[in-house]
Design a protein around this ligand. Structure first.
Ligand SMILES: Cc1ncc(COP(=O)(O)O)c(C=O)c1O
Length: 398
């Protein structure tokens, strides 16, 4: 049997291959899935539809996130308001959340791919009691959703990413699931209709997507400031599509929402066919880190065992130690990440636009976790994870 067929890829209609694969994995219907060029544009369509149907209002979200997860709220004319996160899941703490009656939506972010069902249920109850939608940000765990009894998704809308540094080896694409049971059928029809009507990316972005991998390979060989300058120049010439555009640090998005090209979806379809294998490998690496670093670092409590995380997060004793670990591991060729230090990562140039006050007394846990977070790669082998853990141990004892 051809590899494509084994992976459930027909190749005839790549968009359908993707929606079918997502539906199969999540026990949902392919008709409730819609594809987008990047997850952020899926969020924008959803928020714009909510704004159009219900008027301006708030989206309750978290600052322990990427700027691109908040830009769509602003682009849609809604106001982000920040709630504190739970230490266990690094999602908004459902136990401490009060949803204002001006809220149009509450975000349930599966940070690093941590899915805490109990917390998700609390967020759903609070959102619905205030007449707001529960929007799941599953950007870090494409194809996984928080589910309640009988496996029914808890969210009203669920956002998935096939973008750079996420679960799949793809670099572009995303998908949105819209609950067929949304309490407001007119809003449901509007969101689904707007998503279904998106124009696909044009030839320029399709070419940028096709060449991205090689461009990055070459750019990574150009050292320091020269490399960064070349990257910026190519992005300005619209030849290179950056993971985060300058406008995405100023509360905007560079394009109107778009659907993926056939090529982008075909890549996602093939990659989704391997998602079980990818998740199993990442989960085994997470289990290795948990074992090797037990008792040495603080790991979010909801990471109980082999969990398919996009990065393995832990919190160092303090900010200085976190920075030292990132630097020392980097020096040994290990990419230890800072997601999400600073908050609204990688740090926004116009914080006022985002309505984020880093000194907000209500965001103490967020501030503490932002300060101390370090994350390790999970797209490595188990022996490599053991070696990286030894480097962490050595750096901690240095
Ligand atoms: C938590 C989170 N949500 C949403 C996004 C947006 O995903 P995409 O890059 O597909 O637009 C990202 C990544 O940029 C993210 O980290």
């Amino acid at each position: 049997m051809a590899l494509g067929a084994q992976l459930g890829v027909t190749g005839v209609n790549p968009h359908q291959d993707v929606t079918s694969a997502l539906a199969r994995r999540t026990g949902t219907s392919p008709a409730d899935w819609f594809l987008v060029f990047k997850a952020r544009y899926g969020m924008q369509v959803v928020f714009e539809a909510i704004e159009a149907a219900r008027g301006a209002g708030d989206v309750v979200t978290q600052a322990f996130t990427c700027s691109t997860a908040v830009d769509p709220i602003l682009a849609a004319g809604l106001r982000p308001v920040y709630a504190d996160v739970a230490r266990d899941s690094v999602a908004i703490d459902g136990g401490r959340l009060t949803v204002p009656d001006t809220a149009r939506a509450v975000m349930l972010q599966h940070t690093f791919g941590i899915v805490d069902t109990g917390n998700a249920e609390r967020l759903r109850a609070s959102a619905h009691a205030a007449g707001a939608l529960l929007v799941e940000d599953a950007a870090h765990c494409a194809g996984r959703m928080a589910t309640g009894t009988e496996g029914v998704p808890l969210a009203d809308v669920s956002i998935h990413s096939f973008g750079v540094e996420k679960m799949l080896p793809t670099r572009f694409g995303g998908a949105v699931w819209v609950s067929p049971d949304l309490a407001d059928p007119a809003l449901r029809a509007r969101v689904a209709g707007d998503l279904a009507g998106l124009p696909p990316i044009g030839t320029r972005l399709d070419l940028a997507a096709r060449t991205y991998r090689n461009q990055v390979r070459v750019l990574n060989r150009v050292p320091g400031a020269l490399g960064r300058g070349t990257r910026r120049a190519l992005a300005a010439a619209r030849v290179f599509e950056p993971a985060i555009a300058p406008v995405e640090l100023r509360g905007g998005l560079p394009y109107r929402p778009m659907a993926p090209s056939d090529w982008v979806s075909a890549q996602a379809a093939v990659a989704l066919g391997r998602l079980d294998e990818i998740e199993a490998a990442r989960a085994a690496v997470v289990a290795t880190y948990l074992r090797e670093l037990a008792g040495l670092v603080e790991v979010p409590g909801a990471v109980a065992g082999a969990t398919p995380l996009v990065r393995f997060p832990f919190f160092a004793a303090d900010g200085a130690t976190a920075e030292r670990l990132v630097a020392e591991l980097g020096g040994q060729g290990v990419y230890a990440g800072r997601w999400y230090r600073p908050a609204l990562f990688p740090g926004v140039t116009e914080p006022g636009r985002y309505g984020y006050d880093p000194a907000d007394p209500a965001l103490q846990v967020t501030r503490d976790l932002v300060e101390r977070v370090v994350n390790l790669p999970t797209r490595v082998t188990e022996p490599e994870a053991t070696r990286i853990s030894a480097l962490v141990r050595a750096a901690l004892h240095a």
